[in-house]
Design a protein around this ligand. Structure first.
Ligand code: XLS
Ligand code: NI
Ligand code: NI
Length: 433
């Protein structure tokens, strides 16, 4: 019997619906500005959390009993069948995967590749009759024990080689499935202790690997967007791709700032001591905003809890930054979010996505209203309006001595002005009430 038997496709029923398996806010065809909600949000299901994750934690193993758990090809295909059933129930436009989520582990690189290719063909056939496309693919270069000291940044050149080879197969798989993006998250690209680590060498290795990824993709017909996903720590104590600012510096160093963008995850922003909207706004200002991994982090725990989002204020502020930047192009909203380990039922998986999609849709609506209304933006512009004066602009190409002469001549004596934070917070509250 299909895993999701008895669960109907989820429909939009409006905010008043009592149905726990209906959308209240996500109405895919509803237009906001020139685009439908579906086109704005570009939702994706994450294969790893929804189908591969077993419900374990550091104190106990698997709590989920999915019929597709098992290490062979038949189970991998059953997993793909269940995945496409969920995509259909949710009307999902996209999915994302790592190689290891979709294929069984082989005993060698050649076996991994053969398994991956067989699964790519299987999934490709399923995609022909589904509406769901591939938002991004990626390589899992962090779970297997060979990667315990990193992938590209490993002290052992054989691990670097194995990683490069695996990246090639994952770019090929993504291209074959028509993926719109390719993501690199450096899960163990970092260090546990400086006592055994050569930072400069590891950074060079990571830079060279990324250059090779870009070169290979461009030469072999993958024209999607390549993205790095920043994260400050976990699993390693210190990860090299700490946050958006760090990744930008790294890209500049290797001449890749025009080629590679960022996939920003809510929980990772929080772990880095930032807000999600900070990371989004910074990436947009640097021209590298690519896509988002939507989830929420626990604000007390200090690790990546990957929960489904629930806060309207947070999703509103996030989509405000995304809309302000012009919206997604190839990117989208990937739910890098997992159930809690006591949420055992097929219905839990459906309900989790419904809740996430609804709070994002409502956030998008409120953000769109806030942007169209323009009051917030006008307040920001007014705050900087002094810079419109010619003598103010001229300072940016002037020098300290000339500026000092002008300050003296005009007896410039700045009068502080309110930043109006509470007033602006109240303004946002009006939209998210
Ligand atoms: C882990 C990351 C991972 C990436 C894809 O924290 O979020 O899931 O999104 O490798
Ligand atoms: Ni992620
Ligand atoms: Ni994460």
């Amino acid at each position: 019997m299909p895993y999701f038997a008895g669960i109907d496709p989820v429909a939009y029923e409006g905010p008043e619906s009592p149905n726990s398996l209906a959308f209240r806010h996500y109405n895919p065809s509803e237009k906001l500005g020139g685009k439908t909600m579906e086109e704005h949000l570009r939702f994706a299901v994450a294969w790893w959390h929804s189908f591969a994750w077993e419900g374990g934690d550091p104190f106990g193993g698997r709590t989920f009993e999915r019929p597709w758990f098992g290490g062979d090809m038949a189970h991998a295909k059953a997993k793909a069948d269940a995945a496409f059933d969920l995509f259909a129930i949710l009307g999902q436009p996209y999915f994302c995967f790592h190689d290891v989520d979709i294929r069984p582990e082989g005993a060698s690189f050649a076996e991994n590749t053969a398994n991956l290719e067989e699964m790519v063909d299987y999934i490709g056939t399923k995609m022909e009759s589904a509406r769901t496309k591939l938002l991004w693919g990626t390589a899992n270069l962090f779970s297997h024990r060979r990667y315990m000291s990193g992938a590209a940044t490993n002290p052992d050149p054989d691990v670097f080689a194995f990683s490069a080879a695996t990246l090639k197969t994952c770019i090929d798989a993504t291209a074959k499935l028509g993926g719109e993006n390719y993501v690199l998250w450096g899960g163990r690209e970092g260090y546990e202790t400086l006592l055994n680590t050569d930072l400069a060498r590891e950074r060079e290795q990571a830079g060279r690997m990324l250059c090779m990824v870009v070169e290979y993709a461009r030469k072999n017909g993958f024209n999607g967007q390549i993205m790095i996903e920043p994260k400050p720590q976990e699993p390693t104590k210190h990860q090299y791709d700490y946050d958006v600012a760090t990744v930008y510096g790294f890209l500049k160093d290797f001449g890749l700032e025009g080629e590679v963008k960022v996939n920003i995850e809510q929980g990772h922003a929080i772990l880095a001591g930032h807000s999600f909207e900070h990371e989004l706004a910074l990436a947009a200002s640097l021209g590298i905003l690519g896509s988002v991994d939507m989830n929420r982090n626990d604000y007390q725990s200090g690790w990546d809890t990957d929960q489904f989002p629930v806060s309207l204020r947070e999703t509103t502020l996030a989509y405000y930054e995304i809309l302000k930047a012009g919206g997604f192009t190839s990117g989208g909203t990937n739910f890098d979010a997992k159930l809690r380990r006591q949420s055992l039922d097929p219905e839990d998986l459906v309900a989790a996505h419904i809740g996430g999609m609804d709070i994002c849709a409502l956030g998008l609506k409120r953000a769109h209203a806030m942007l169209s209304d323009g009051t917030l933006q006008a307040a920001v512009e007014a705050r900087y309006s002094g810079w419109n004066a010619p003598e103010a602009k001229a300072m940016l190409t002037s020098d300290l001595a000339s500026i000092a002469a002008r300050v003296e001549k005009e007896a410039i004596n700045p009068a502080p002005r309110s930043g109006q934070q509470e007033k602006l917070e109240n303004l946002v509250s009006r939209y998210v009430a």
